[in-house]
Design a protein around this ligand. Sequence first.
Ligand code: AMP
Ligand code: MG
Length: 314
Amino acid sequence: MALCRSVQGSIDDAVLEKDDRSPVTVADYGSQALVCRSLAASRPSDPVVAEEEAGALRRPEQSTFLARVGRELASVGVEAEGKTICDWIDRGSSQPCQRFWTLDPIDGTKGFLRKGHYAVALALIIDGRVEVAALGCPQLGDPAAGGLVYWAVKDQGARVAPVGNPNDSRPVQVSDCQDMRLARLCESVESAHSAHDRSARIAEDLGLGGQPVRLDSQAKYATVADGAAEIYLRLPVNDTYREKIWDHAAGALVVSEAGGQVSDTHGRPLDFSLGRTLSANRGVVVTNGPLHERVLDAVLASTPSDQHGDGNHD
Ligand code: AMP
Ligand code: MG
């Protein structure tokens, strides 16, 4: 996370305007290299299914770029040659299997670029179930101090601590709100990732009092888990997109271990046993638990006519 913060801090406005995504890529590669390196040391036989791969980075014409990734790694105390860095990154190129880790080295790229929320999300999946989750959220808590890390172990609850201070942890618990008028909704900043018009109708239907809070990345899962919102809606904008496992595995376990509930927009549990995508699911509905059925009813009532399918036709 220190590496990501360093890269995010050096994105200047000119780069943002030009929409040059290279700083993101440096941070994506750097974050994936560090997490895969650490898993290689601690769990050498576990495969990793991660978002990035180093194919492009290995090309001679990318040597300057690779050197930049190397400098970012060195800035957090990890000195390595280019080939070693690429090999770490490519430890993330495994296929999903009986037991594997899934990693999003920078979730919420758009948020990262606009200096907003993003997350580093890692989860262990065994037999299609998420067993362990770690979710780094550099912009939650005190961003100047590095943000917060949430973690959860199946059936053992969820905890959170400031980055670099694991001994200062506390349990994570969803809000006990049962009053829909007081319930707070969060959703993606990007309307291309979740239908804002539909969530506005649902919020009105439910009688929610306030405006939705928009933030990028799985920081939304952390926000519901930590009792700062009661509802997170991710409403499909079309019937073709399939959610990626690394965009949900860590967040979903943190919420359910904090006492909340996670399903898709049809009320089905998220199915992590089907490969790199949640191909049997459509969208996501996350709540503190007591509100789930009522939220789901409103979501179902608002389902567009082209999204009533059984979710198994891809
Ligand atoms: P968020 O920050 O919650 O808006 O989600 C960011 C994630 O949305 C990225 O990691 C992408 O994998 C994912 N994404 C990309 N396109 C779509 C889409 N059409 N619908 C839903 N999620 C998407
Ligand atoms: Mg992502």
